[in-house]
Design a protein around this ligand. Sequence first.
Ligand code: BG6
Length: 490
Amino acid sequence: MALRTGFPKGFLWGGATAASQVEGGWNEGGKGLDTADCRPAASHLTTEQRREPAFKEMTSEKIAAAIQCPDAGEYPFRRGSDGYHRWEEDLDLYAEMGLKVYRMSVSWARIFPNGDDVEPNQEGIDYYRRVLEGCRARGMKVFLTMLHYSIPINLVEKYGGWKNRELIDLYLRYARVLFENYGDLVDYWLPFNEMNAGRFLPFNGTALIRDREEHFDQSVYQGLHHQFLASALAVKLGHRLIPGSQIGCMIARFCHYVGSCRPEDQLQMLRDEQYTNWFYTDVMVRGIYPEYMERYFDLKNIEVKMQPGDQQILQKGTADFISFSYYFTQISTVDTAWEKTDGNLVTGSKNPYLTASEWGWQYDPMGLRITLNQLWDRYRKPLFVAENGLGATDVLEPDGTVHDAYRIAYLRHHVEAMREAIIDGVNLLGYTWWGVIDLVSNATMQMSKRYGFIYVDADDGGNGTFDRFKKDSFYWYQKCIATNGEDLGE
Ligand code: BG6
């Protein structure tokens, strides 16, 4: 067996966005109001305030105010980056960068404005068909996220979110429309973004409102169970409607390092890995509920209600590939006094050997190599880095340039880490940088937390032209792609 030397031919270099964060156009084209449209701006809050459950969770009061609000006002996702109107210009820029694949999502509320409509909204179907054809015309493959968090608000108000089993059928009605209309235009399908988000950001993931639940954790895991079933049934349906289709799964991967050689810390790390990562991929890839969760459910007084046949559904709908988001690593320890720092979806214990972004996310390319090895060892399924990126404050210079050397350094080191993992033997299909263009941050709802290779001239309050500008990183990634990851120089 010959040692691999680097990125294989055909490696899928790409970029990612999500409908709710990039599109805007919240009330156009027949779209219904969705959960993201109801999340109010929070850029005035401090880091400490943002860690509070009161900020992270949705309340009935906030929802009522949002439903009443007739304009984009204080709701940043209603504006996004104006991608709904500028999609052609954006696809041209992605193609100029040389992207081989574009990971995008469809807004459920554009296809079924209320989620439970009998007929889909043709204007929404046509809109995405144009975008997908635009990708094809520019030579880009498509990695389509069928559900990236936001769902029609009616599904929250009328059904109570994902804890209601009826959402499975409503989701499948939506999934069928996507498979039937876009089967010829999509290369990789993803039924759900970050399945474990339902646990860490319950309004986004499982569409739950804290003050409406008696036993919140019970509702979270019931909702997750319904999402697992919906995902498995979507895999089955997609395979039937589009023979040979590739349908994957995704989690937000939380990579842990043990805080000390104390056995208690080691056990804590095992538990952290099981509860935050392995549970989700074990269900979606192995098709089983792992035994270690029985003990967890018992501890938390949770009883996931299953119907006869559920186990078989999970077994028959396992994912063809595993994708994940990777942003940071954290420490596992039983020491409650350990210094904390923020990370994607969670606040974790800080690693003194690492530096962090302005938002506290610990920068750790080697953790990506470790993660890729761990996932490959456990499942031996093709892997896809669906998200990785650096949120930073960028400065648009008067001449329209943006000098983001920090982003280039971050990207270079993560590309090197992927190359090492490939040489380690990992089967990696591709890499889609998050957010290829500046968009509204999911956790903090800020435009000023910028990820893109393309700058969008808009601030947190939605002021600005929304015009696009290429950052230095745009040209760096362009060269990286053109040389298939060989030229990682300046
Ligand atoms: C991922 C989400 O968890 O992290 C994205 O899938 C999100 O939607 C990304 O944008 C980065 O997080 P944030 O909060 O900085 O936008």
